[in-house]
Design a protein around this ligand. Structure first.
Ligand code: PAD
Ligand code: ZN
Length: 404
């Protein structure tokens, strides 16, 4: 391609400081160095995690180009890149997979050591490829998708099927996979004291399948789940719970405007904590005969993390923290919640090993195993990014997809 090896000038949404609007700027994107890939971004979703950085709740260096739920086409590659080539459709990965660290080598791990959890905002060699008005502009999450071109490390990009519609599968880069994986991979746990040995399950599926389910860590068929937060990620948790065969899925949100969509993707009922004077865990316990096996916090608040923990069964319940916690905040809770046997865990990117699993999730989407259209409520041209964030703030959007 004509641009390979050259600096590309293009448009990007730069955030110069926290709590300010995006500024559409002309930036320079340097060519990829060894083991790096330059991508022409064609679609990107807006996720609440981006907003955490805008609000300063998650740390980052500034100025920064955010965005981490994108999809595009490889424009050029640096020396030594073997897993993608120019013209390939790809999804950049905020959770990389270097295939060498302990988490990558452990079959149960996915938190690759190369992830940028501390907001350094640089590629693996310690520098950024972006400049604007003579200043270095930092990366976000190793991806930076709010730009026409980005550069990522080879360990942070997955080649996907050529037939994939980028304006939909971009959601597989974050929101969808995170929620879906939280339900079908991370939810199930603590096999021996959890619900599968229930005789109904064995009768229905036989011991072999029951044992597979125990070991595959899915939400178990017939179980009751409670999902706190009905944004794009929470709805994806519901889709995963439904696919795993949960028989009751209760959605919890302060915004009742989210209930209709939640029911459409698989919730069996929805409640707002505002309608009750009792603590929400007591409400859920009464509704279910004290039988929530799995709860998911998909908001990113400390109080709802504890509420979700208290809502699952005191003995065999599992609660999964999916919502991104605010930086440098501490949780306080009654340790009795854990002493009685509950399991409390979290997951980043739904527990998926990103480079291995993202192409498979895309293939499952193309095979219509799940529907992403339900999550995409708005589409806007990239330059209207600020409008996309306003839709998130007003609670009107589930996912806005920006196209270039
Ligand atoms: P969203 O803002 O679209 O949805 C959050 C929902 O929570 C909204 O519908 C709110 O109305 C609702 N809500 C807010 N406060 C409360 C409350 N006190 N009680 C009940 N409901 C409430 O966000 P999202 O779906 O894009 O993301 C959800 C969280 O997941 C957010 O914290 C994000 O940063 C995190 C996330 N984590 C990962 C990961 O890898 N773990 C990936 C992507 C997103
Ligand atoms: Zn996200």
């Amino acid at each position: 391609m004509g641009t390979a090896g050259k600096v590309i000038k293009c448009k990007a949404a730069v955030l110069w400081e926290p709590n300010t609007p995006f500024s559409i700027e002309e930036i320079e994107v340097a060519p990829p160095k060894a083991k790096e890939v330059r991508i022409k971004i064609l679609a990107t979703g807006i996720c609440r995690t981006d907003d955490h950085v805008i609000k300063g709740v998650m740390v980052s260096n500034f100025p920064v180009i955010m965005g981490h739920e994108g999809a595009g086409v490889v424009e050029s590659i640096g020396d030594g890149v073997t897993t993608v080539k120019p013209g390939d459709k790809v999804i950049p990965l905020f959770l990389p997979q270097c295939r060498e660290c302990n988490a990558c080598l452990n079959p149960d791990g996915n938190l690759c050591i190369k992830i940028d959890l501390t907001g350094r905002g640089v590629l693996d060699d310690g520098t950024s490829r972006f400049t604007c008005k003579g200043k270095t502009v930092y990366n976000f999450a190793g991806t930076s998708t709010f730009t026409e071109y980005t550069v990522v490390d080879e360990f942070a990009v997955a080649k996907i099927d050529d037939a994939a519609p980028l304006e939909k599968v971009c959601l597989i880069g974050c929101g969808f996979s995170t929620g879906y994986g939280a339900a079908i991979k991370t939810g199930k746990t603590n096999s021996l004291n959890s619900s599968p040995p229930c005789p109904d399950l064995v009768r229905q599926h036989g011991w072999k399948r029951t044992w597979q389910m125990i070991n595959s860590r899915e939400v178990t068929p017939g179980s009751t789940c409670a999902v706190f937060g009905l944004g794009g990620v929470g709805l994806s948790v519901i889709m995963g719970c439904k696919l795993a065969g949960a028989s009751r899925i209760i959605g919890i949100d302060l915004n009742k405007g989210k209930f209709e969509k939640a029911m459409a993707v698989g919730a069996t009922e929805c409640i707002s904590p505002k309608d009750f004077t009792k603590p929400i865990n007591e409400v859920l316990s009464e509704m279910t005969g004290n039988n929530v096996s799995f709860s998911f916090e998909v908001i990113g608040r400390l109080d709802t993390m504890v509420d979700a923990l208290a809502s699952c069964h005191m003995n065999y319940g599992t609660s999964v923290v999916v919502g991104a916690p605010p930086s440098a905040k501490m949780l306080t809770c009654n340790p009795m919640l854990l002493f009685t046997g509950r399991t409390w865990k979290g997951c980043i990117f739904g527990g998926w090993k990103s480079r291995d699993d993202v192409p498979k999730i895309v293939t499952d989407f193309l095979a219509r195993k799940f529907d992403l259209d339900q999550l995409i409520t708005h589409s806007l041209p990239f330059t209207k990014i600020q409008e996309g964030f306003e839709l998130l703030y007003s609670g009107q959007s589930i996912r806005t997809v920006l196209t270039f």
